[in-house]
Design a binder for this molecule. Structure first.
Ligand code: DC
Length: 222
């Protein structure tokens, strides 16, 4: 039977991972969060004092990095050189590190191999920035999920506060704008909507409505 791949791209805090995870569960697909792979590279560079302003140092560090995605009870776990770093990569300082390492072509090339391998073996909903444009250009369904910046920042702020993080709304908004700028202005695989992607603005929607929308688009295309 032909495998189905669904690409969900969009800016920071559009709800991609929450929506994609819930939609994958409903459709009985694998969910793959590709941002986690960039975060693991960012974490490695931070831990090992790699010069984040020097792309060639990041490229060299890539040869010491082995990334693995494993599934445990349906949830994705990320391993960095054999260590489960799934929780540590969620720290706010790792978000920016991921955005800084992600333009480096050697980083993108290594992660691309892992991403395509997953899509070749599973029915998958994969989220990221370049899934519909570069990673899976032949994806069966492509969705560009977005929302107003203030709404995205508010969602991210509430998520961080619920986790006990000491942040202000202004900090979260400025970090989000900076990362969106980095992600959409880099030369390699910048964040942009694929020509054949459906644009979904979730500004006025709750989670259930967003998941209904995504599952509806998937069923429509199948
Ligand atoms: O989705 P996220 O916030 O976990 O992603 C972290 C960073 O990784 C994001 O700022 C840009 C980068 N990224 C990317 O360049 N390409 C992807 N497919 C996914 C994430």
């Amino acid at each position: 039977m032909k495998l189905i791949s669904v690409a969900i791209d969009g800016p920071v805090g559009a709800g991609k991972s929450t929506v994609a995870r819930a939609a994958a569960e409903r459709m009985n697909f694998i969910y793959c969060d590709t941002g986690a792979l960039y975060r693991a590279v960012g974490l490695y560079c931070k831990r090992n004092g790699v010069d984040m302003h020097d792309p060639s140092s990041i490229a060299v560090a890539m040869s010491d990095i082995k990334l693995d995605i494993r599934l445990a009870e349906g949830a994705q776990r990320i391993y960095l050189n054999g260590e489960d770093v799934s929780d540590e990569i969620r720290l706010p300082e790792i978000s920016m590190a991921a955005s800084v390492v992600s333009p480096v072509p050697e980083v993108r090339a290594a992660i691309l191999v892992l991403e395509r391998d997953i899509a070749e073996k599973n029915n998958v909903i994969m989220d990221g920035r370049d899934i519909g444009t570069v990673v899976l250009p032949n994806a069966d369904v492509k969705i560009f999920l977005t929302a107003e910046p203030e709404i995205r920042a508010k969602r991210r702020y509430e998520e961080l506060v619920a986790k006990g993080k000491d942040v202000t709304f202004e900090e979260v908004l400025s970090d989000l704008n900076q990362r969106d700028y980095n992600d959409s202005h880099r030369a390699a695989a910048p964040l942009r909507q694929a020509a054949d992607a459906v644009l979904a603005d979730t500004s006025g929607m709750d989670l259930e409505q967003s998941v209904d929308l995504v599952c509806g688009l998937i069923k429509e295309r199948l």
